[in-house]
Design a protein around this ligand. Sequence first.
Ligand code: NIG
Ligand code: FE
Length: 408
Amino acid sequence: MKKLLVKNIGLLATPEGKSAHRGSEQGKIKFLKDAWVLIEDGVIASVGTGEAPAAAGAEIVDAEGKLVTPGLVDAHTHLIFGGWRQNELGMKLYGKTYLEIQNAGGGIQSTTNATRGATEEELTAKAAKALDEMMAFGTTTCEAKSGYGLATEHELKALRVIRDLDEQHPMDMVATFMGAHLVPAEYKANRAEYIRLVCEEMMPLVKEQGIAKFCDVFCEADTFTVEESRQVLEAGLKYGLRPKIHADEIEAIGGSQLAGELGAISAEHLIVCPPAGIEAMAKGGVIACLLPATSFNLGAVFAPARDMVNAGVPVAMATDFNPGSCPCLNMQFVINLGCLKYRLTPEEVLTAVTLNGAAAIDMADKVGTVEAGKLGDLVIWDAPDLDYICYRFGSNLAKKVIKRGRVM
Ligand code: NIG
Ligand code: FE
């Protein structure tokens, strides 16, 4: 048996449990001073305070009196893409909006062209590099979406890349099928036919190959209407894909209400989510997966996170890493923005980036807290307490990242 003992933890901060925390629970964090964590064969065996157990044969990691938290969960990324889109920065600076750039042939379509042109090996190598970087910043579990293939062959290619990386890379990964990210150029005149392709050709193959757990759709002005989104997500359910939805990112056209109605596992973005959407999500038990670095990058307002917490909607926070609306994969920046822009407390933010993120990808029984039985995923921070990592920004404060009991 392989054992790893993390001792001399100045402060261990973790939510507890195996399901999302909402309302006042969102801010409940267990703090243990002078703690230790014993990991056996990649799984947390015990957690305690005071004298560390003898643990014969264990590799010892000295946390040097620092802060330890669960490994961070990035529950929303568009990890698999060809190229980048730095050329859009200038357009943005000269006042073009996200949807204007998209409608001019930039945006998702241009990344789709680059992704279609990339081989599976190229996409794998590029995404692996991003995963290395994410892990260095403290992420130990992530979700990844397809959605830059927008053709059967290329959507399946992206999902295979995610499956292979989940096997090859230390990061634990969960895949989401997002064939309905945009109607690709060749179907612009025949949207219904593209949606048919997504639902009747791509989804059966995704199910048959077992390469995705969730189905997502970009419900937005100029992409997919509420009715089209409903059609896609209901088809996904038939193929065993649980619904997720990009809702209220730019315009509130009813995506959050649809999420509530369908009982989606999560709704994403919610930047301009109206009160009726919050109410619908609370009723439908939907997790709000908020992406503050996207608001930052788009120069948009920030999602009404406090209203969501107050309404009893569990709030998760993730990066949205993608080459357009958020070329940032650093969950520490998300933590900073969660406090500074959403005005959530450090405790509420920690829950958002660990347990609630895990719940948003149906992984809360395995990751998201430091408790016996969960995976041995920890971050030792170059920080004395939780406030410190929320307040410092721009540096990488992850001192050591431990994944399934291995020091990365
Ligand atoms: O989550 N909103 C849709 N998809 C991404 C952006 C994709 C892109 O710009 O390439 C997002 O923001
Ligand atoms: Fe997204």
